[in-house]
Ligand binder design. Structure first.
Ligand code: BGC
Length: 764
């Protein structure tokens, strides 16, 4: 049996063939099963607290101000590294993006041996989906609906990072987003808070294990706190304005899940929320994260986010910005040096307090002690390289790639292709290694990457190739999208396709089209790639379009043209092998979309978990909530959608009771059966709707899922446990409420599931 929730599932009595309690583990109100969620951090230790206090007592004000400073590799390397030596000697708290183990050891030695108190530096890096062994982008991992994929990704990322001397990673990124124009939608698990919560917790546990002082573990930093995923117009860093209930119900739960899973550091975000920038936001940082959620680790600012308080217009001077950030709860300042530079003056003027500075330092030292840095400050340089890209890590990345792909179309069962036939591989991303690792490639550029062409040729020897057009994906300052696939002369591509039996067309975005500072105002395939697809169609050969992209695309010009479409996202260093595994049927695709794909960019934001309106969309009516120029109320592809080479049936939704007290729970069970085709995976999904509540509730909310592997004809039962954390919600005063009344549950294999059962919540 392979019910993919791993340690979060609690087996209960078998019904039919087997059953497991899934679902409902991560809640708006917090995880329901604290015991199952033992955090991935060493137990709060008195010993650590004593050591922190003893050290803090010895520190001068200058040393405390050094400890709250976080510098980049570039800053440390200034003046041929002389600045770095000075900073280390003065007792700088943290350094990020330095990945050379020799340099790390060097600066660490200066800090430990030459600074007055010998406090080690915490070295950090953006290991977002791999260090050297790059896994699929996190949006793709979201598609896997498999927390084991996320956990394995971070287990390997932590091992490879720790091997070079890093002890903190700026991950997981858990920004729920309804904004496909935003390039950073690629970095988290999409539009749903529940899915993001499950993936976030899995990443934290994978990276930290039970004790992140272990030599192959690192402490995680959950980011970007908060609501960074909803910038106006999708432009990175832009303003966010939202109600309390949305913030609490949609955007905060994955942060809470990461903290509950043990994340001991967090990063405050660039954006202002309701006019207050993330790194000067006392309510978010101190009131919610530190007090309400009892987070005792530290918060670092995002890159120059403290200095940016000047641009935000909330601070009048660097000193003012430093004071705002520290007073709000930011404990560590990245790149800019406003707290350090102005700290003494601010203390003298009583604009910051020594108590607050001590609190920030205490939090940083606590994490350093928990990380075992005082005992083991150095890395074994001789072993650093051997830990990278181990065969088992590459195998895991390949598997993750396959599990993350989503089959969008398969008319006439074009897929799987027959590897013994003559295969042509066409497209600007076909013989492309660079873009396969996506927009956060870590040290993936030092890795050997498998292109689509490599992967296809390995399984279908002699496959032919034509590029079709070039896709430079220019970086700024050019940003010239007119250079993306500019030609319409596809003569060679047509000839190569025409001479083959079957064609794989590799198109999409480059890694520069998504990620940080890469908002797009159009979501179509860049350049003339749609025309390239038309040209391949004109050859009459069976073909599949394999998409590589870091966001939902508008595929109006592809759907109905291409008989088969496979969403591959950016699969990582094993991209080509993962694609070939799916295209030739070694792997039966089972991923589902973690985000809606709009038909046109004008529909944005369009997401499954929206509230109802007084005039629901109806394309036959005028005075309803719709676009007059779109003949559908839906996106092109809905959240949770994805096909397989097999056919599944999800039936027989039943509840263990039809009435439950506000503190009680019930089980919802469904049967899932592989009715046709080979062994494969189905993701059983459970959605909830509260049809009448004091404030309008989303029409659907995902509250449980389970990816199940079924052999031909096999049937299983999946059981989800539902309680107040599922049927309650936050109101606009920030209170978690459970209201009496009817609750509807829907089960199926996408957010369009129609099978329904209801129960009643009694009491308040
Ligand atoms: C990004 C963060 C990242 C930091 C350090 C910033 O620009 O927003 O996600 O962790 O840089 O690299």
């Amino acid at each position: 049996m392979n019910l993919r929730r791993g340690r979060f599932a609690t087996a209960i009595a078998a019904v039919a063939t087997s059953a497991a309690v899934a679902g409902g583990v991560y809640a708006a109100g917090g995880p329901k099963d604290e015991a199952a969620l033992e955090p991935a951090r060493p137990a709060a230790s008195k010993n650590v607290e004593k050591r922190v206090d003893a050290l803090l007592r010895k520190m001068t004000t200058e040393e405390k101000l050094q400890q709250v400073q976080l510098l980049s590799d570039g800053q440390m390397n200034e003046e041929g590294g002389a600045r770095g030596d000075r900073e280390a000697k003065a007792g700088v708290g943290g350094v990020f993006s330095l990945v050379d183990p020799v340099k790390i050891n060097h600066f660490q030695k200066v800090a430990v041996e030459q600074s007055r108190l010998g406090i080690p530096i915490l070295f950090a890096y953006d290991t977002i989906h791999g260090f050297r062994t790059i896994f699929p982008i996190p949006l793709a991992t979201g598609s896997s609906f498999d927390p084991d994929v996320a956990s394995e990704d971070h287990k390997i990322g932590a091992r490879e990072s720790a091997a070079v001397g890093l002890k903190q990673i700026y991950s997981p990124m858990v920004d729920v987003s309804h904004e496909p124009r935003w390039g950073r939608i690629s970095e988290a698990a999409g539009e749903d808070p529940y899915l993001n919560s499950v993936m976030a917790a899995a990443r934290v546990k994978g990276a930290q294990g039970r004790d992140y002082s272990a030599s192959d573990k690192v402490v995680t930093s959950v980011k970007h706190y908060a609501a960074y995923g909803q910038p106006e117009a999708g432009r990175d860093y832009n303003t966010t304005d939202m109600s309390e209930q949305r913030l609490r119900n949609l955007y905060l739960p994955p942060f809470k899940a990461a903290v509950d899973a043990g994340a001991d550091t967090a990063m405050c975000s660039f954006n202002a929320i309701n006019g207050v920038p993330g790194c000067a936001n006392k309510r978010l940082e101190t009131d919610i994260l530190k007090k309400e959620w009892r987070f005792d680790g530290f918060i670092e600012s995002d890159y120059t986010a403290v200095a940016e308080l000047l641009n935000h217009g909330t601070a009048a001077s660097p000193a003012d910005a430093g004071a705002q950030a520290l007073n709000a709860g930011t404990d560590s300042e990245m790149v800019s040096t406003f707290i350090r530079d102005n700290g003494k003056q601010l203390l003298a003027q009583r604009k910051i307090s020594m108590a607050r500075l001590d609190d920030a330092v205490r939090r940083i030292l606590r994490v350093k002690f928990r990380a075992g840095l005082f005992e083991n400050p150095y890395v074994d340089v001789a072993k650093a390289e051997a830990a990278q890209e181990q065969p088992e890590a590459l195998a895991a990345a390949r598997k993750a790639g396959g599990r993350s792909m989503v089959l969008l179309e398969n008319d006439g069962k074009v897929l799987p292709l027959d590897p013994s036939k003559k295969t042509a591989v066409i497209g600007p991303l076909a013989d492309n290694a660079k873009d396969m690792v996506g927009p956060w490639w870590g040290r993936g550029d030092d890795s050997k990457k498998v292109t689509v062409l490599d992967g296809i040729r390995a399984q279908s020897p002699g496959a032919t190739y034509a590029e079709g057009c070039k896709l430079p994906g220019n970086e700024p300052p050019q940003y010239d999208e007119s250079e993306d696939c500019p030609t319409t002369d596809f003569t060679e591509a047509k000839a190569v396709a025409g001479a083959a039996d079957q064609v794989v067309v590799a198109v999409g975005e480059t890694r520069a089209h998504s990620g940080e500072a890469a908002a797009r105002s159009v979501l179509d395939l860049p350049g003339n790639q749609e025309q390239l697809i038309e040209a391949i169609k004109s050859t009459g050969k069976p073909f599949v379009v394999v998409l590589f992209n870091g966001r939902p695309l508008t595929l109006d010009g592809v759907v109905g043209v291409a008989p088969a479409i496979l969403e591959a996202w950016f699969p990582g260093v094993q991209a080509g092998n993962s694609v070939a595994d799916v295209v030739f049927g070694k792997v039966n695709p089972g991923g589902k979309l973690p985000v809606s794909f709009p038909r046109r960019v004008g529909q944005v934001p369009i997401y499954y978990n929206h509230e109802p309106t007084g005039r629901p969309c109806d394309v036959t009516q005028k005075y309803v909530s719709r676009h007059r120029d779109i003949k559908s109320c839906d996106p092109q592809y809905v959240f949770g959608y994805g096909l397989s080479y097999s056919q599944f049936e999800v039936t027989n939704l039943r509840l263990s009771r039809t009435s439950v007290s506000s503190r009680g729970s019930l089980n919802a069970s469904v049967d899932v059966r592989n009715v046709a085709g080979p062994a494969g995976d189905e993701v059983v999904q459970l959605y909830l709707n509260d049809p009448v509540a004091s404030i309008s509730q989303p029409v659907r909310r995902l509250r449980g899922f389970e990816r199940v592997t079924l052999s031909p004809g096999e049937q299983r039962t999946v059981t989800f446990k539902i309680d107040r954390s599922d049927f309650g919600f936050y109101d606009n005063s920030g209170r978690f409420v459970v209201e009496p009344g009817r609750i509807d549950l829907y089960a199926g294999n996408s957010s369009k599931a129609t099978m329904r059962q209801s129960f009643t919540v009694t009491g308040g």
